[in-house]
Design a protein around this ligand. Sequence first.
Ligand code: SF4
Length: 316
Amino acid sequence: MQQADEKLAGYLKRLDEGDADEDKAGTSGGSSHGDPRLAEKIAAVRGRRERRQALLEELDRTGEDQISLTDPDSRAMARMTKVGVGYNVQVAVDTKHKLIVEQQVHSQVVDMGLLATTAKAAIQALDVEKIEAVADRGYFKIEDIEACETAGITPYVPKPVRGSSVREGFFPKEAFRYDPGTDTFICPGGQTLRPCRRGRSRENVKIDYSNREACLACPLRSRCTKSYRHVSRLENEAVLDRMAARLAARPEVLGQRRSSVEHPFGSIKQWMNQGAFLMRRLENVRGEFSLTALAYNIRRAISLIGVPGLIAAAKA
Ligand code: SF4
């Protein structure tokens, strides 16, 4: 829009200059100032501007932040170091056989918030009481971790290092030790931070902890804060503490996740030659990927037990 406005301003300026030249020369009838296609160019830029204005209004109306002109359901998503327009495919893969247990396709750009829905569908597909679900840090969301625990799923998701303190080069929250017995934090300077404020973070109750006097006299202050340090904790954060303890006890599960979940993606892309989706619109893409996952699982089962084994299993 800004580019169009700048272009239009330039064209209109040229038109004005043309008119002024004609006035000086005593002619009339309008001038394109040496460019016979100026009026055409102005109309084209105005048309483009109107189309973009309509798209902006559409975004306002729907509350979306993207419009794809190729497929209205697809979204621009980060793909390695690039951005591609497409869909977000989720798979739950069993670590023993590398079979796809559950697959889903979403328009949602980020993975955050999709762990519980995929893991719950996986536990149902497997028809078991309990499973362990390992996901990368992009899935770290307390509501999802809690929902998994409630549904009998033991989640393992590493915590991403986020937050303004980290961005500013200050001690991360992990440098502060929470003591559930006294409901306090012990900071890197050995001081005790106590609850000072209650608020909300999305659906959760958030409690801030601080010790203003200790910070003001602290020799580590330049590494910790600009004034005095607050550390926040959600009321239900014990669920994250439990997960951190599980991960500390079994860090190898993260490597296991990579080798399991990348197997179907690598096979589907390299050996089954699946590039971009052939279908358009979410429901159609869901159908397409469901067939892809089925084909992968059949191939995988043949690799594991052979065609006779597969036929025998299908008959059983
Ligand atoms: S600045 Fe405050 S929170 Fe940070 S180490 Fe010092 S006393 Fe602890």
